[in-house]
Design a binder for this molecule. Sequence first.
Ligand code: PLP
Ligand code: LYS
Length: 463
Amino acid sequence: MSRSAHPAGPRHADVLPEGHYAGPPADLNTLDPRVWSRTVGRNADGVVTVGGLDVTALAEEFGTPAYFLDEDDFRARCRAWKDAFGPEADVFYAGKAFLSLAIVRWLNEEGLNLDVCSGGELATALAAGMPAERIALHGNNKSTEEITRAVEAGVGRIVLDSFQEMVRVAHIAERLGKRQRVQIRVTVGVEAHTHEFIATAHEDQKFGIALAGGQAAEAVRRALKLDGLELIGIHSHIGSQIFDMAGFEVSARRVVQLLTEVRDEHGIELPEIDLGGGLGIAYTSDDDPREPHEIATALGEIVRRECESAGLRMPRLSVEPGRAIVGPTAFTLYEVGTVKELEGLRTYVSVDGGMSDNIRTALYDAEYSVALVSRTSDAEPMLSRVVGKHCESGDIVVRDAFLPADVAPGDLLAVPATGAYCRSMASNYNHSLRPPVVAVKDGAARVIVRRETEEDLLRLDVG
Ligand SMILES: Cc1ncc(COP(=O)(O)O)c(C=O)c1O
Ligand SMILES: N[C@@H](CCCC[NH3+])C(=O)O
């Protein structure tokens, strides 16, 4: 089948969905620094490099698919968040985005705190030496075992998600002869502008205790009466992959309003506010995320203004970015297996991974970019759909992407900005083996999460 130039521009341009970017980028070989990690570039041969290492050598050594994580970029982003918020605030990295022993060690070294939301994440944090007082435990249905372990370890805070859990935590703490520092997670009634599956502050969902109807105020009343609890503040997380600060503004205002009511009713000023995570990153060149210092300034100003007008002392602020720290630091490297052109429709480029290493496209209709990274090409742009190898027609990695029309089996493609919620949400669908995470820094690469093996899979089957 011919791969000649489309007379009216890029091939298949007519099937681009409405509202999608109008055409291919001017040069398919250029890597947009907004969507690629900081040390990514092309060498003299046109091969993409990260941390000084070229992807063909990396693919040879570590295989594909694999996630390559730019350690310098990760650390730089940690420092940017920490510096932006300064000593008067705390940055809790949200471990659900991606967690491993190495990540915990880096966070520790860079002075960040850690938000965990399961026993497994807590175990990883403690095993890698994160001081317990710098850990926050989240979750809407923490088990008794998880709570007990967290209280025993001495975590800095448990974020309470329901009335029942509040009593559970209080009893466990009392039994262990401790007083557990807690925050109450409230739902502020904000409709965050993001995919409905990742919005968390509207009232009709499972997280938190609603401000509406006085539920959150009642939660504060009850928490203050429980001897096992030290109520240190209020927590709000409005959703994920959000660009618009308006939702955070409403959230901050409503949380401060609750602090004011607590002061008026109980005569105490709760010392902390956590505004959660959720800051968006660039997955494609169309995304325009805010820098940490802009976010810190905006959030700080909102809280300060609201507190001043209510006559409250400025509480200690904390935030929980996950995606915004780790997301841009990694790309997934795939090898092309087949290229199938459907005349007049689009070209399907199949890679050796798919929805098992990146579920986000199938789950949230997420948009990604992709580039040919093992070489440059002057071929015309070809509208492509990059798909995986799973038995599922929704197994799409990148729904609409321009690739050079000469892309062929054996080429390496990389999908940038896969550091968050890709390896952490990876599955063994079709008994695939979850890919490794390889950290790259200063010309050296090391595996921080190894590739699964068939023995790993077979060991789980005990029947
Ligand atoms: C309570 C809480 N904090 C922080 C995060 C991290 O979100 P993100 O990775 O979007 O920054 C999440 C996930 O959405 C969350 O549920
Ligand atoms: N996992 C989601 C976001 C939810 C984060 C946790 N509350 C994503 O990939 O975007």
